[in-house]
Ligand binder design. Structure first.
Ligand code: ADP
Ligand code: MG
Length: 421
């Protein structure tokens, strides 16, 4: 990483790979002028270094206001913000924002600037030299899986929604800030792209280990991405602050139950990842291979389909015996509808992908889209039961602290009756 981060000794509990800083909202209140009640009412929230904390709750409950007080796009009316042990409540907001990456819907890119200039913005403001900036831009575009040679010079309108979002993440990470704030970052893309961007964020987070605070109104997204989830009701009243597993297994109140929605059993699918389950092996072949040989290999393995991969082991098609029977050598054709999921996808994502393609299984790919194996519906069904049982038994962990000390005093303790009033 090219920028040194000031860390306080208590940060990240001695884990060297964590570059994130802890955040503390200390009795923070925001009252907009002309509003009868506070948008955020005496919120105290501990956000541990290197973790992803999801802020969820109904529209208007104060999520965005809470997020923007962290980088002081909104000034708190009362309370303190502590970043990596330093009180930053009164430091210059512009300076603070260079230490905090910010990602909004559709990336929030400047339309008149190339990808390169969008990503280079903060490093330029920090006065980095040209060579360092150029190296950093390449590094970041690689990180978000965009080929620098191909994308540096493009304008945002020449990118898909998903690609714009990737550039937005690259830009936010440019100066290697310890904290990344995201406000409904994947709200503007289609469900399959959304799923891939979420997977990618998890992969990037494994590398960079920032402290990420992410707002969403999508509970499934919160469960998928969050190490911790803060569920708010109006006035940013914290109703429950706990791990996704515990919230699903033991909702603190009727409000949380309603918010989780129906099919809580199915939600367990969002807890387990594709790389948590055992994948089935497949017969793999390459374009140009002899079709009869491939059929013989299917016979031997008692399989009905062969996975065709390109010269970089990326799946391009999934051929049945009947399709192979019509070929002499295997075709180079790429199937655009191929049901493919990443390893970090949730079982819920995998099931969605199968439903969309009306296949009873999906192909799993790992880093650089290399084929890893096959996941089928039965594997997923078996995993639901296992995930549920495990969550019920997990009582030995300690959640970070969250509480409101505003007018509507309320403690978000998983054991208390939080929001039922
Ligand atoms: P969320 O992101 O959870 O949808 P917000 O934080 O945007 O909620 O808004 C919380 C409350 O504050 C809402 O009642 C909203 O109408 C109000 N609010 C937000 N921004 C402003 C503003 N600039 N001026 C006045 N009221 C605002
Ligand atoms: Mg909002």
């Amino acid at each position: 990483m090219s920028e040194t981060i000031q860390k306080t000794p208590d940060d990240a509990a001695g884990d060297d790979s964590v570059s994130g800083a802890s955040i503390l909202l200390d009795e923070v209140t925001k009252k907009y002028s002309g509003q009868a009640s506070a948008a955020v009412d005496g919120l105290t929230l501990e956000i541990p270094a290197g973790k992803i904390v999801m802020l969820v709750g109904p529209s208007g409950c104060g999520k965005t206001t809470t997020l923007k007080m962290i980088n002081r796009l909104i000034e708190p009316s009362e309370g303190r913000i502590v970043l990596g042990g330093d009180d930053v409540t009164d430091i210059d907001g512009d300076k603070l924002r260079r230490r905090i990456g910010y990602v909004i819907q559709a990336g929030g890119l400047f339309p008149h600037m190339t990808v390169e200039n969008n990503v280079a913005m903060v490093p330029k403001m920090l006065g980095w030299d040209k060579e360092r900036i150029s190296k950093r831009v390449d590094e970041l575009l690689e990180l978000v899986s965009l080929d620098p040679a191909q994308y540096r010079g493009r304008y945002p309108k020449e990118l898909s929604g998903g690609q714009q979002q990737r550039v937005g993440v690259a830009r936010a990470l440019a100066a290697d800030p310890p904290v990344l704030l995201m406000d409904e970052p994947f709200g503007a893309v289609d469900p399959i792209t959304r799923q891939r961007l979420q997977d990618e964020l998890l992969r990037i987070q494994e590398e960079v280990q920032k402290t990420i605070v992410c707002v969403t109104h999508d509970f499934d997204e919160a469960v998928k991405l969050g190490d911790w989830i803060a569920i708010f009701s109006n006035g940013a009243q914290l109703v429950q602050y706990d791990s996704p597993e515990r919230i699903l297994a033991d909702p603190a109140s009727g409000f949380v139950e309603d918010f989780i929605g129906s099919g809580a059993g199915l939600k367990q699918l969002t807890l387990a990842r594709v790389n948590d389950v055992e994948l089935a092996e497949a017969v793999v072949a390459h374009p140009g291979d002899d079709a009869k040989d491939t059929l013989a290999r299917l016979d031997k393995a008692s399989h009905n389909h062969a996975v065709i991969v390109d010269d970089r082991d990326r799946p391009i098609s999934w051929l049945s015996r009947r399709q192979l029977g019509r070929m002499e050598t295997i075709s180079t054709e790429t199937d655009r509808q191929l049901p493919v999921v990443g390893e970090r996808a949730t079982l819920n994502d995998a099931l969605d992908t199968m439903l969309v393609s009306s296949a009873g299984a999906a192909l799993v790919v790992g880093r650089r889209d290399v084929f890893r194996g096959v996941i089928d519906v039965q594997t997923i069904m078996d995993a639901i039961t296992a995930a549920h049982d495990a969550a019920i038994q997990d009582t030995g962990h300690e959640a970070p602290v969250g509480i409101n000390t505003g007018s509507m005093d309320q403690v978000a303790d998983p054991k208390s009756d939080g929001g039922r009033s």
